[in-house]
Design a protein around this ligand. Structure first.
Ligand code: NAD
Ligand code: TYD
Length: 357
């Protein structure tokens, strides 16, 4: 990245965005990072406490759908890059309330692409490395795999949940802005992330926090669905490489080389929590409760990230054993964080969701 650049990071108070900013702000003191985040239930300014006073960091609370706000921010800060994380991100919520996903994920992405198009020169894609729009997406846009095979950059889109449909639509808009307007867009499709600062509605932090509190640990269906788990810090390293070196118009899949069945992952997490808390063997496994399956539940995701490895020299540094241990350790050292993010709406949501668990 050049010095004296200015980067707009949307959704930087959420899980992956916060990990990205905590990595990038101290590492690139000559680059200005502006975080734009609406602070929904999933975003929390306290995630950014370690950098909030940094001279090269600025936080703005606002909505990516607010076109006037976006225009003003581009004018004020002269952004040369956008790293776009902001989205509604939880599949179960998308099944309950899909419109919010269409709004933030589709309309919000188009508003942001349009703000960049208005602000940047027409030949931005040809202006060397000066301008970049990194659109962060998910492997869920590709649908569901059988027991073998992997997604790669040529896999056709086949989204099956309102969440993945909204991300797929956003991806198509991002590519359309590259082809139609020459906007220097780069896309990534990452697999399931886990690590510090993940809101405890997603599987990994949910299991850790429920095990800690001795609450039922809900496993959907028979727990045989497979995900490819990516430690969030590895994902952020990949995103830095993409931001700095990826040519406009390219797409990269990012995976952790760590496939696991949900039930196996949950049992490993239970054992890790019990070991640290010095509990009898099997204590947390006894909390596992099989509940009704998620409608349209994708069976398996797996990622071939060889393009990212070959072109940008990236590979994950954490295997599932290191990554899960580091993650459990982080949550056990931050009970205050868990307490603070679980507000009343979260409690009500889960009371409804798991009343039968
Ligand atoms: P998250 O839900 O933890 O954080 C999303 C952030 O976006 C929150 O801070 C929220 O306040 C903000 N936000 C939501 N709507 C907004 C709006 N309209 N305007 C401004 N801010 C808004 O999500 P995450 O897990 O950090 O995911 C970040 C991005 O990465 C998403 O685009 C997601 O689709 C993608 N992704 C996530 C995963 C994963 O496993 N978590 C994997 C691959 C890709
Ligand atoms: P999740 O963390 O919601 O990520 P995604 O749906 O984006 O993959 O779920 C990961 C897997 O865990 C998925 O197969 C659904 C399953 N799951 C459960 O079994 N129980 C739960 O309480 C949750 C939240 C998820």
């Amino acid at each position: 990245m050049q010095t004296e650049t200015s980067v707009l990071v949307t959704g930087g108070a959420g899980f992956i965005g916060a990990n990205f900013l905590l990595r990038m702000v101290p590492k690139h003191p000559d680059t200005r990072f502006v975080c734009l985040d609406r602070l929904t239930y999933a975003g929390n300014a306290m995630n950014l406490r370690a950098i909030e006073d940094a001279a090269n960091f600025h936080f703005v609370q606002g909505d990516i759908c607010d076109t006037a706000l976006l225009g003003g921010l581009f004018e004020e800060h002269g952004f040369t890059s956008v790293v776009h994380f902001a989205a509604e991100s939880h599949v179960d919520r998308s099944i309950e309330a899909p419109l919010a996903f269409a709004r933030s994920n589709v309309e919000g992405t188009v508003a942001l692409l349009e703000a960049a198009r208005q602000a940047w020169p027409e030949d931005a894609a040809g202006a060397g490395d000066r301008y970049r729009f990194v659109h962060i997406s998910t492997d869920e846009v590709f649908g569901s795999l059988g027991d073998s095979g992997q997604f790669d950059e040529a896999t056709p889109y086949d989204p099956r949940s309102p969440y993945s449909a909204s991300k797929a639509a956003a991806d198509h808009f991002a590519r359309a802005y590259f082809h139609t307007y020459g906007l220097p867009v780069v896309l990534t499709n990452g697999s399931n992330n886990y690590g510090p600062f993940q809101f405890p509605e997603k599987l990994v932090p949910l299991v850790i926090s429920n095990a800690l509190d001795g609450r039922a640990i809900p496993v959907y269906g028979t727990g045989e669905n497979v995900r490819d788990w990516l430690y969030v810090k590895d994902h952020c390293a990949a995103l830095e490489a993409v931001l700095r070196r990826a040519p406009p118009g390219e797409t990269y899949l990012v995976g952790g080389d760590s496939e696991a069945r949900n039930i196996d992952l949950v049992e490993r997490l239970c054992d890790l929590v019990d070991a640290v808390e010095d509990r009898p063997e099997g204590y947390s496994r006894d909390l596992i409760t099989f509940v009704e399956d998620r409608p349209g539940h994708d069976h398996r995701y797996a990622i071939d990230f060889s393009k990212l490895e070959a072109e940008l020299d990236w590979q994950p540094e954490h295997d599932l054993t290191d990554g899960l241990r580091a993650t459990v350790d982080w949550y056990l050292r931050h009970p205050d964080w868990l307490e603070a993010v679980r507000d009343d709406s979260y409690r009500d949501y889960y009371a409804r969701q798991y009343s039968e668990a």
